[in-house]
Design a protein around this ligand. Structure first.
Ligand code: VG1
Ligand code: CO
Length: 542
């Protein structure tokens, strides 16, 4: 039986950089999930009889919301829901399933790199038929509807057994429980030289992959250990847990410090990697060397032709604005297009669909290509493995040769987390107020050449997105970027991105924070970070 239930709106269901993210108790409020899901459905034309893909990263509340979405999909005219077994689908795997089975779209339950548990974070995002995150036009429409919603539709159904693979009829609709890993693993096999990687493992290549008790565990086991023959134990923390074992599933130098320490140690393996809550981020560490995500994007793009899926070369490269310019130099050398977008994967979709870009990346440990419409953690790890196998060089050799060819972009991000919202807003307002006066002035002996608030003009659909981050550019190509996070769930997070280009080969071995010290001080001078936030150091440095 289908019921129409009256409800009252919430005013805070505005999707951020990647979907709606809130604390679990917020989502547990009466009708909170139902309101948002109905607002998504109300914003979609032509869904009748179509297929909806559904899955999540396995965090606390995943299973409950999976059942709610199935019942609401049945009541809202969908013909079929394809759900990952156990409610599991990594973000890139969901994107692949949407594309492969020509689904209408998908709902992914995740708050990505944010912690999970009864008092931690949950999230809901919608991906469209191209497999990519809903564009701003759609997220804006969903938010507008959520503010006016008065009823939702839901079918009275017994809970579906989402642990058994197979199809069942329910509420006039089909529910098909699918293996979350097999389609994705097959796609990876079609892109990379699995034989060459297998040979490398056979010859003793040692790798650590840390799934951080998040969604990539089953994918990593199947791909690295079963299909590529890496020794058992290569994948660590591979059982997805609702609270990620009490840690942040954020693959950076703070939350994956044990991996970093191992990779810097005397008996380090050849290659270390990790992925985040929903499997779309990657951390890459070679023996004795951390590769920044910005450098990783550049190095993957420069070497992509070594992998079968990219043999024909790249059409173009895209990066988010705060990501370093390292990839720009690769695009220039390859003679291909370079696109600079706002933060968030949703801005890459049009470029990928239009065939303008093949590889995209963000400084926040996201890299991906046109094989799906999301960033893809395991894809990046596999492309690195393919390149290492093809070149027969270590990560360190590959990185140092890259810098020798292109120069090195020293790069770091400083995050100030859980700052009081008013104080963070005051900092940004202060910066905006002085932007026009900055060019021509000097800070710490460095001359500012330009300062602006980044606006993006989408070359495909002509849409304009304003206020996407404040950039201050210095003579010689150095820059500092300031923006507020759109994924946090308490207070505000200020992100400060610092970059300096160093062409001189003899200066490529510096410590990153030292190489950037003058710019870090300048950033504080310009924005008054200490005085506004009351903090004298960042919470996280990556
Ligand atoms: C952050 C990153 C951004 C990324 C987004 C989603 O957003 O900076 O590059 O696309 O997270 O990643 P923000 O607004 O907090 O800076 V994921 O893996 O958390 O979905
Ligand atoms: Co993620």
């Amino acid at each position: 039986m289908i019921r129409t239930v009256s409800t009252t709106p919430y005013d805070d269901q505005k999707p951020g950089t990647s979907g709606l993210r809130k604390k679990v108790p917020v989502f547990q409020q009466k009708n909170y999930v139902e309101n948002f899901v109905q607002s998504i459905f109300n914003s979609l034309q032509g869904r009748e009889g179509k297929t909806l893909v559904l899955g999540g990263d396995g965090r606390f509340y995943n299973r409950e919301v999976i059942q709610i979405v199935i019942r609401m999909a049945a009541a809202n005219g969908f013909g079929k829901v394809m759900v990952g077994q156990g409610g599991i689908l990594s973000t890139p795997a969901a994107s692949n399933v949407i594309r492969k089975y020509q689904a209408f779209g998908g709902i992914i339950l995740s708050a990505s790199h944010n912690p999970g548990g009864p008092h931690e974070d949950f999230g809901i995002k919608y991906n469209a038929e191209n497999g990519g995150p809903a564009p701003e036009k759609l997220t804006d429409a969903i938010f507008e509807r959520s503010k006016k919603i008065s009823e939702y539709r839901i079918a009275d159904l017994e809970p579906i057994d989402i642990d058994r693979i197979g199809a069942v009829a329910a509420g006039g609709m089909m529910v098909e429980v699918i293996d979350p890993v097999s389609d994705y693993a097959e796609l990876m096999e079609s892109l990379f030289d699995f034989d060459a990687i297998r040979k490398m493992f056979k010859a003793g290549f040692r790798m650590r992959f840390d799934a951080m008790h998040a969604v990539t565990g089953p994918y990593a086991k199947e791909i690295f250990e079963n299909r590529l023959g890496a020794p058992k134990g290569t994948a660590r923390n591979f059982v997805p847990l609702p609270d990620f074992g009490g840690h942040h599933p954020d693959p950076n130098l703070v939350h994956a410090k044990h991996l970093y320490d191992e990779m810097m140690g005397p008996d380090a393996p050849d290659f270390g990697a990790a992925s985040d809550g929903d499997g779309d981020r990657n951390l890459i560490i070679g023996r004795g060397i951390f590769i920044t995500p910005s450098d990783s994007l550049a190095m993957l793009a420069a070497n992509a032709r070594l992998a079968p899926g990219y043999r024909k070369g790249l059409k173009g490269i895209a990066r988010s604005m705060p990501t370093s310019g390292a990839a720009d130099r690769v695009a220039e050398k390859l003679g291909i297009g370079m696109y600079e977008t706002p933060t968030g994967w949703k801005f890459f979709g049009n470029l990928l669909d239009a065939g303008k870009a093949t590889i995209c990346g963000e400084e926040s440990a996201g890299t991906g290509s046109d094989h799906v419409r999301e960033k893809d953690g395991l894809w990046a790890v596999l492309l690195w493995l393919n390149i290492i196998a093809a070149r027969g060089e270590s990560v360190k050799e590959i990185a140092e040769r890259h810098w020798a060819t292109y120069g090195r972009n020293y790069y770091s991000r400083h995050d100030y987390e859980e700052v009081e919202t008013d104080r963070a807003n005051a900092l940004v307002a202060g910066l905006r107020g002085k932007l026009a006066a900055l060019p021509g002035t000097s800070v710490g002996g460095m001359k500012i050449t330009a300062a602006d608030d980044f606006a993006y003009h989408d070359p495909v659909d002509g849409s304009v997105s304003k206020n996407q981050g404040i950039r201050v550019l210095f003579e010689g190509g150095s820059r500092v970027v300031f923006r507020l996070s759109g994924t946090g769930t308490s207070g505000a997070t200020l992100r400060v991105y610092i970059e300096r280009y160093e062409p001189d080969k003899t200066r490529h071995g510096l410590d990153t924070q030292e190489a950037l010290a003058a710019l870090i001080a300048a950033a504080d001078d310009i924005a008054g970070i200490r005085s506004h936030t009351g903090r004298n150091k960042p919470s996280v440095i990556t």
